[in-house]
Write a protein that binds this ligand. Structure first.
Ligand code: PEP
Ligand code: MG
Length: 886
């Protein structure tokens, strides 16, 4: 027997079903499934993906017997519909559409009304009793066919339509009357002939086969190929072609069309939700020319049809066990379902539907967990722009930290703080931020920068604070001197209002309304289920007791990274830190460190208390020292101004001395320079002071009855000796403090693994380290050789656009490259120390696909900013459940 290439649906039992997506495509399989559920769909047939593949392998030839099969199915269709394809008295019209196994934008659009020609249109007018509509259908067919099948530009026809409207002095397509449309049909056919040197085919069968060829051909258009490449889809799948009877919702007041959801897709509430229009076509509902009515009204207008629709939607939801998005048409009181698919929903709805469906025993807890996308939770955790608001977007940057911010523009951190103290809401706008801007960032509603990427200082700190941030918005030109920024011809001055959307990266003019986040009961329930399912621990990156408390509230089980550099800023501390850096004299340095000690101790106490009972990883000082010093450019301006104003000689000399020092400390590549443990080795007093503060805080709290678990972490280790050297001091200080305080606190000393050499020599490092924590920000930077602060506003967008990289590697862990090194380090480390505790604290620790990777390679925990903790918890549960499935 020869192979079957055509599958009928829409009558009796369909030849296919929903399990046959690979052969029939998603659309074809679902139409067959609905038929089998006894749900009325316009009958038709699906030509398989295998036919498409054959067509490609044989230079546009059909497999043997396929044409005959199509003819047989066409006959069956005519019989089912009681109409004839090409029959001038009672014409059958069909649509043709593509349908691959996954829905794929970039492939062919639908062609409607196939079967119409100069003869059959008469029959259609007869059947419809509506001449205008029939001519409109015909001109649409020619337009679509010429474009999709014959390769003409759609604009050519739009131009003719515009010409006609001008001639008649009308504005809307709907105002074109029958004679105008008739005339357009003639003009369209003429244009087709002129351009393609061929006539629009009058033979319906030819129309049909040409359309099928076009569907098959659309599988290999450049757009479709690019889409498949970007989404890792196979080029060998092919597409199916669906040929389906046309039904019309515009055959009078007893016809109509609509769309519906089986539950409310915005809130998740269990109620039938939808809209319809009587005497209308599908596109009228979508185009918004007429206002559709609420679905509940249909119960009064067509009670029988409504009852049938309710029966169907309940059946579909029960069958698919998920919210469905339906399209239906009523042709002369007869209801047809055109499509059913899984409904898109908001995060709030996703949670409610998942939890409700478990209660309704439709799905298991495991399915419920997997139904909620971890990234979607972001929507719930932050204040956001009211989706109903009308907004004017003036620029777009990187969506660096989610949420919304509305406030007056300020350009300096100090100004932000002053205004906030006076109760004003401000947005801090900077070219970029540095650690000395922290107080202003904390005071602002949101942060906008014109430079820097997703791991820039502004982005990382804003995420940590749960504050909205748009970074790297290169379209804006920030002018500190004139206190304004310019984008195109728009000038935004200090104190003007702007709004930011941190979920999209949009910069919006003026004040827009926002809505509060609210964590629903369903959120708590689903997160509890997720916690039961996951293996990975979830910690947080946090530097202040406030952030720590927030993270705990959101489910963090410890701190994976406290960046202590943030404690070196602020009005009181920075001058002391600068004094310490700038002196060569050990005594002065010691004096400065002595002043810092009690402050640090207090910081650590606050953090330990807020995370009581859980481990707290504290990283000793990491960033290059210049970050604590005034900028050279600013100092130069200051000196020049002093000189111009004939300021005091002594002061000028002081400033010049400072300038010399700073210039001496200047590095070409500070991120690869004098930072991390290198600082700890050249200036061991700093790490000693920090260790003393940590252990004094821990001992004092321990005596008060708190359970503290300190983990001291050395940054940027690349050679085992770096760890040995710095660690020795930490242990010595710990011992000394405990002896003095007469109390013993269990602690560990470990290291960041954030340089390729550390990964390669992880076995050596594991001999000394109690734990590893992957700093995948620096590791990505050093493995790719990409400067984290520079690439995102420069060439990365081009890389993404051209498909060189699929994702920003600073946001989504590059598993193939960076991940390979991470895996190697885990293997080597655990070979030496079987139970070596290993986590990750780079930004990837809160990104779902990276979390899944961490689960797979056996890490103990991930650590991320507080507001990403729920995302990581859910992603970890997904990872565990998916791996169990395998
Ligand atoms: C890292 O490099 O991944 C990390 C967490 O440290 P930082 O971003 O502070 O360099
Ligand atoms: Mg780092």
């Amino acid at each position: 027997m020869s192979k079957k290439y055509v599958y009928f649906f829409g009558e009796g039992k369909a030849e296919g079903n929903s399990k046959m997506k690979n052969l029939l495509g998603g659309k074809g399989a679902n139409l067959a499934e609905m038929t089998n559920l006894d749900i009325p769909v316009p009958p038709g047939f699906t030509i398989t993906t295998e036919a498409c593949i054959y067509y490609y392998q044989h230079k546009g030839k059909y497999p043997k017997g396929m044409k005959e099969e199509i003819d047989r199915n066409l006959k069956r269709l005519e019989k089912a519909m009681g109409a004839g394809f090409g029959d001038k008295y009672n014409p059958l019209l069909v649509s043709v559409r593509s349908g691959a196994r996954v829905s794929m934008p970039g492939m062919m659009d639908t062609i409607l009304n196939l079967g119409l020609n100069d003869e059959t249109i008469k029959g259609l007018i007869e059947a419809m009793g509506h001449e205008r509509f029939a001519w409109d259908s015909y001109r649409r067919l020619i337009q679509m066919f010429a474009h999709v099948v014959m390769g003409m530009e759609s604009d050519e026809f739009e131009e003719l339509i515009e010409g006609k409207k001008k001639e008649l002095g009308i504005k809307l397509d709907t105002e074109l009357n029958t004679s105008a449309l008739k005339d357009l049909v003639g003009k369209f056919k003429k244009r087709v002939r002129e351009r393609t040197k061929k006539d629009f085919p009058q033979d319906p069968r030819r129309q049909l086969f040409m359309a099928i060829d076009a569907v098959f051909g659309s599988w290999n258009t450049q757009r479709a190929i690019t889409y498949r490449k970007l989404h890792n889809l196979s080029h060998t799948w092919g597409t199916a072609a669906n040929v389906q009877t046309m039904v019309f919702g515009n055959m009078g007041r007893d016809s109509g069309t609509g769309v519906a959801f089986t539950r409310d897709p915005a809130t998740g509430e269990k109620k039938f939700f939808g809209e319809y229009l009587l005497n209308a076509q599908g596109e009228d509902v979508v185009a918004g020319i007429r206002t559709p009515k609420k679905i509940s009204k249909l119960a009064r207008e067509m009670p029988g049809v409504y009852r049938e629709l309710v029966r169907i939607y309940k059946k579909l939801e029960k069958h698919y066990r998920d919210i469905q998005d339906l399209e239906f048409t009523i042709q002369k009181k007869r209801l047809f379902l055109l499509q059913t698919r899984t409904g898109k929903r908001t995060a709030q709805a996703a949670l409610k539907i998942a939890v409700d469906m478990v209660k309704e025993k439709l799905i298991s807890k495991k399915e419920a967990i997997l139904r909620v996308e971890p990234n979607q939770l972001d929507q719930l955790l932050h204040r956001r722009i009211d989706p109903k608001a009308r907004i004017k977007v003036i620029a777009k940057g990187l969506a660096a930290s989610p949420g919304a911010a509305v406030g007056e523009v300020v350009f300096t951190a100090d100004h932000a703080q002053e205004e906030a103290e006076r109760g004003r809401k401000v947005v801090l706008v900077r070219q970029e931020t540095s650690p000395e801007d922290i107080h202003g960032m904390a005071a602002a509603q949101g942060i906008l920068t014109s430079r820097g990427g997703l791991t820039s200082h502004a982005a990382v700190v804003a995420r940590g604070m749960g504050k909205c941030c748009v970074a790297g918005c290169e379209a804006i030109d920030v002018d500190y001197n004139r206190k304004r920024f310019v984008v195109g011809d728009i000038v935004v001055k200090e104190r003007d209002y702007i709004s930011l959307n941190g979920n999209t990266g949009e910069v919006i003019s003026g004040r827009v309304p926002t809505i509060e986040p609210a964590l629903s009961k369903e959120f708590q329930i689903l997160m509890k289920w997720a916690d039961e399912a996951r293996r990975l621990g979830v910690r947080t990156n946090a530097d202040t007791p406030k952030d720590v408390r927030k993270a705990r509230e959101l489910g963090a089980e410890g701190i994976g990274l406290t960046r202590t550099e943030h404690m070196f800023f602020g009005e009181k501390r920075l001058p002391i830190v600068q004094e310490m850096i700038l002196t060569r004299d050990a005594k002065t340095r010691e004096r400065a460190l002595k002043k810092l000690l009690p402050m640090q101790r207090k910081d650590f106490k606050g953090i330990f208390k807020a995370m009581e009972g859980f481990p707290v990883t504290i990283r000793l000082l990491d960033p290059p020292l210049h970050e604590f010093l005034p900028r050279i450019e600013e100092l130069l301006v200051e000196i020049a101004t002093l000189k111009a104003k004939k300021g005091s000689k002594k002061r000028i000399a002081q400033k010049e001395k400072l300038l010399n020092k700073i210039e001496a400390l200047k590095e070409m590549n500070p991120m690869l320079g004098h930072r991390g443990c290198r600082l700890g080795i050249t200036t061991p007093e700093i790490y000693r002071m920090q260790s003393q503060a940590i252990f004094e805080a821990a001992c004092e709290l321990s005596k008060e009855g708190y359970k503290v678990i300190p983990e001291v972490m050395i940054p940027l280790v690349g050679h085992i000796n770096e760890l040995k050297f710095t660690q020795e001091d930490v242990h010595r200080v710990a011992k000394e403090v405990m002896k003095r305080k007469k109390v013993k606190v269990d602690y560990t000393v470990g290291t960041m693994i954030e340089l390729p050499r550390a990964c390669i020599t992880a076995d050596e490092i594991a001999e000394e380290a109690d734990f590893f924590s992957f700093g995948t920000n620096d590791l990505t930077q050093t493995v790719f050789g990409f400067s984290r602060d520079d690439i995102e506003g420069k060439f990365l967008p081009v890389y993404l656009e051209k498909g060189i990289l699929k994702n920003n590697p600073f946001a989504v862990l590059d598993q193939r490259g960076v991940g390979e090194l991470v895996e190697m380090a885990v293997r080597k480390g655990r070979r030496v120390k079987k139970n070596l505790k290993i986590g990750i604290c780079g930004e990837h620790g809160g990104e779902p696909s990276s979390v899944e990777f961490c689960h797979r390679i056996g890490l103990d925990y991930v650590s991320c900013s507080p507001y990403r903790v729920p995302i990581a918890r859910l992603a970890a549960a997904h990872a565990a459940l998916k791996s169990r499935k395998v």
